[in-house]
Design a protein around this ligand. Structure first.
Ligand code: URA
Length: 227
């Protein structure tokens, strides 16, 4: 159970038990064969590891990682989750392209992922975008009216110009390569794409690229707050 909840191997889990790092019901566990159930409170180095509760992790995604749980050739975002946060069943809640950076949520809570990804839930995703052409008011208007892509018309999106070639784009849906394809309709190529926020939660400024941390309950609630 420790191995499946923590990402430690069975051998490492046994070593943690022998080293007195695991407690069950407040007592240091010495017998790695002890049968436990969900009602037992189990801690590994002061961190609770059992119970039905889900985990919610924020990752500052760097370039070069694919948003998948496994891939035969490429590095996946799950490889960036440190052992102390790792558990079976984790997956990225929503995809970012391999070359996109920024806010990514990794969880084992499928219902939560559905709530933040389903277009009708209107949880917004805000991106900082750089393109190879000047940002125009025609783009702003087109995004607001709904760009027609080959898989249908997009929902209205907010484009806020921040510089000659840069802007913020806020979407309430997440189609494959959506922002790249939307700018493609204007003959523009996206050269940098970075997700800043999901719902009311912004990528923490002190979380370095490639690093993860667990979200607080308040932060999880902010994600579902449409903005
Ligand atoms: N739109 C894209 O084109 N790519 C992303 O990674 C996210 C949104």
């Amino acid at each position: 159970m420790i191995a499946s909840r923590t990402g430690l191997s069975r051998k490492e889990a046994k070593a943690a038990i022998s080293a007195g790092k695991v407690t069950v019901g407040g007592e240091i566990l010495r017998n790695s064969e002890l049968k436990v159930d969900e009602n037992d409170e189990i801690f590994l180095e002061c961190k609770k590891i059992n119970g039905k509760s889900h985990i919610y992790i924020v990752l500052h995604k760097p370039k070069g990682y694919v948003s998948a749980t496994e891939d035969p050739q490429q590095k996946t975002v799950l490889e960036l989750v440190p052992p102390e946060l790792f558990r079976n069943g984790l997956f990225p809640a929503g995809r970012l392209d391999k070359d996109t950076t920024g806010l990514m949520i990794i969880t084992d809570d499928g219902d939560f992922a559905h709530r933040i990804l389903a277009p009708r839930k209107h949880v917004s995703k805000k991106y900082a975008v750089t393109i190879d052409l000047p940002v125009t008011s025609a783009m702003e208007k087109g995004f607001a009216e709904g760009i027609e892509l080959n898989d249908g018309v997009c929902k209205s999106a907010l484009l806020e110009k921040t510089g000659e070639n840069t802007c913020f784009v806020t979407l309430s849906e997440g189609r494959y390569h959506q922002i790249k394809r939307m700018f493609g309709c204007f003959g523009a190529k996206v050269t940098e794409l970075h997700r800043l926020a999901i719902g009311g939660f912004t990528l923490p400024g002190d979380l370095p690229e490639g690093k993860c941390r667990e979200l607080t309950d308040e932060e999880v609630a902010l994600i579902e707050k449409a903005r």
